[in-house]
Design a protein around this ligand. Structure first.
Ligand code: FE
Length: 138
């Protein structure tokens, strides 16, 4: 699987993003919003498969790294491909957090915290609205 073989063309304007995404997806991916905890469709998904970016289709996370964080958001201990995400310091809302974005489309995915499980100790706290799930074949 390669992130260099896009299945979709990248929008060039915010108007194009708006027409591609649902209003809820747009608010999270393009406006760095956060879905309400436990509201997302992937919090309790335990199927084997791959999570891709809802904005551009880039492969982001594998179900084998998903864990029960108790946070109300789908949580992973590492990206499927390290280069698929980028991290940015986020000082909004009176906190210093590390924002996680899709490197390919720049879409906001969530935040990463250092209270995750082994083997990385990281908790990628993602919005379901930023993700699409592709069940494993077979
Ligand atoms: Fe993306």
């Amino acid at each position: 699987m390669s992130n260099d073989s896009p299945s979709v063309e990248m929008p060039k304007s915010e108007e194009e993003w708006k027409s591609r995404l649902s209003p809820e997806q747009y608010e999270v991916l393009r406006k760095a919003g956060t879905e309400r905890p436990w509201s997302g469709k992937y919090v309790d998904n335990h199927e084997d498969g791959t999570y891709t970016c809802a904005g551009c289709g880039s492969v982001l996370f594998d179900s084998s790294t998903k864990f029960e964080s108790g946070s109300g958001w789908p949580s992973f201990y590492e990206p499927a491909v390290a280069e698929a995400v980028e991290v940015v310091e986020d000082r909004s809302h009176g906190m210093v957090r590390t924002e996680v974005r899709c490197r390919r489309c720049g879409g906001h995915l969530g935040h990463v915290f250092d209270d995750g499980p082994n083997p990385t100790g990281l908790r990628y706290c993602m919005n379901s609205l930023s993700l699409d799930f592709k069940p494993a074949a077979g």
